[in-house]
Design a protein around this ligand. Structure first.
Ligand SMILES: CC(=O)N[C@H]1[C@H]([C@H](O)[C@H](O)CO)O[C@](OP(=O)(O)OC[C@H]2O[C@@H](n3ccc(N)nc3=O)[C@H](O)[C@@H]2O)(C(=O)O)C[C@@H]1O
Ligand SMILES: CC(=O)N[C@@H]1[C@@H](O)[C@H](O[C@@H]2O[C@H](CO)[C@H](O)[C@H](O)[C@H]2O)[C@@H](CO)O[C@H]1O
Length: 370
């Protein structure tokens, strides 16, 4: 009896299985069940993976867009970074060679007064041929590194580029904590303090980029460092400081005619730094035919200078949009695009490679993204 009922129930199960099998083929008895189940599971896994990948890619590309950067901004720690004396010097020697630190940062009168220090190159890579004009400027300006920098045990410096990446960065507080804040050209601080800070220890400029009010955009003790590209640049600063007759010709943009600054705060950058930035960072030819005038940007020059003046070098606000990005504004303070730089003699993609290299080797650290 028991046997009979067992058989009957077995038969019933089999017939149910057959019936189920005819309705759908996912029966555990179906030979491809396991394989199919696995394939459909891995399908889902693959789909989920692809979805995650797409989300990450979209997130990444949006976060790189300057206009969305504020939504993706992760605040930088306001704690002071540990500073190791001689660290930048060690890094600089790897890039620029062992002896570049022996060069004076600013040009000195004594090197041009009795003896004309010979220079192999003309401006902007040397002083050859511009000595007389230079001498007159050195006679009324200064060359010393301020005691406030000189006396530091370890010099923490930040080079603030003029890039749009600073907009809505809230880096102002972080930037103000460095011992030396280096700014460039007419980059404003007034009205942008939250993003770029308000401290300016050094500002690099040339006549055409001197359109800023030194009293508003600088601190009372800011050093104004002239980067000379041509002999006329020396002439301009002399006329401004000694209130001589201004010259209007010879500039690619009219420089200011009145500039209220104390001559003792003016320094003349040693063109050696322009030479090594061009040669060691960009492999540019130093002696170029008249028509080809390639040169580093003032920002790259400032990083080179910082690696020779400081112990720790951080950068912020560096990086241009991609060449095809014709609408992206390049500055944090005005609406102009890459187009404005056509004819400037800069190769911004080559500079990006040089900056990446310095970031990778740890010579500099970036506070914004690159
Ligand atoms: C029209 C023109 O000649 N523009 C030049 C301007 C212009 O002369 C001044 O702003 C005038 O006040 O100056 C330059 O540069 P500019 O004054 O724009 O910027 C200073 C430095 O910041 C870095 N930067 C800027 C914008 C950006 N999106 N990414 C960056 O990395 C660069 O390192 C840059 O050097 C210059 O001097 O180098 C280079 C620019 O080519
Ligand atoms: C020969 C000459 O004056 N060339 C000018 C360039 O120096 C100048 O580039 C500008 O020259 C500056 C020095 O004066 C800086 O290097 C700046 O980064 C760079 O953009 C461009 C600007 O559009 O105009 C040419 O006529």
């Amino acid at each position: 009896m028991e046997e009979e009922s067992a058989l009957a129930s077995g038969a019933q199960q089999t017939s149910e299985a057959v019936a189920r099998g005819s309705r759908d083929d996912t029966s555990p008895q179906e030979p491809f069940y396991l394989l199919r189940n696995m394939t459909s599971k891995s399908h889902w896994k693959l789909l989920a993976l692809a979805l995650v990948l797409v989300v990450v890619m979209v997130w990444y590309s949006i976060s790189r867009e300057d206009r969305y950067i504020e939504f993706f901004y992760f605040p930088v720690s306001e704690k002071k970074e540990p500073c190791f004396q001689g660290e930048a010097e060690r890094q600089a020697s790897k890039i620029f060679g062992n002896h570049s630190r022996e060069q004076p940062i600013f040009l000195q009168l004594k090197d041009y007064f009795w003896v004309k220090t010979p220079s192999a190159y003309e401006l902007p890579f040397g002083t050859k041929g511009s000595e007389d004009l230079l001498l007159r400027v050195l006679a009324i300006t200064s060359y010393s590194i301020p005691e406030s920098i000189q006396s530091l045990e370890c010099r923490r410096c930040v080079v603030v580029g003029n890039g749009h990446r600073l907009k809505n960065s809230s880096l102002g507080g972080v930037i103000n904590k460095y011992d030396v804040v280096i700014r460039l050209n007419n980059a404003p601080v007034a009205g942008y303090e939250g993003d770029v800070g308000s401290k300016t220890t050094i500002r690099l400029f040339y006549p055409e980029s001197a359109h800023f009010d030194p009293k508003i955009e600088n601190n009372p003790d800011t050093l104004l460092v002239l980067v000379a590209f041509k002999a006329m640049d020396f002439h301009w600063i002399e006329t401004i400081l000694s209130d001589k007759k201004r010259v209007r010709k010879g500039f690619w943009k009219q420089p200011p005619l009145i500039w209220d600054v104390n001559p003792k705060q003016i320094r003349i950058l040693n063109p050696f730094f322009m030479e090594i930035a061009a040669d060691k960072l960009l492999s540019l030819p130093i002696q170029q035919p008249r028509k080809i005038k390639q040169k580093p940007t003032t920002g790259l020059l400032a990083i080179t200078l910082a690696l020779h003046l400081c112990d720790l070098v951080h950068i912020a606000g560096f990086g241009y949009p991609d060449a095809y990005n014709k609408k992206q504004t390049i500055h944090y303070y005005e609406q102009i695009t890459l187009k404005s730089m056509a004819g400037s003699g800069h190769n911004v993609s080559q500079e990006a490679v040089a900056i990446k290299r310095m970031l990778e080797m740890g010579a500099v650290k970036n506070l914004t993204y690159f």
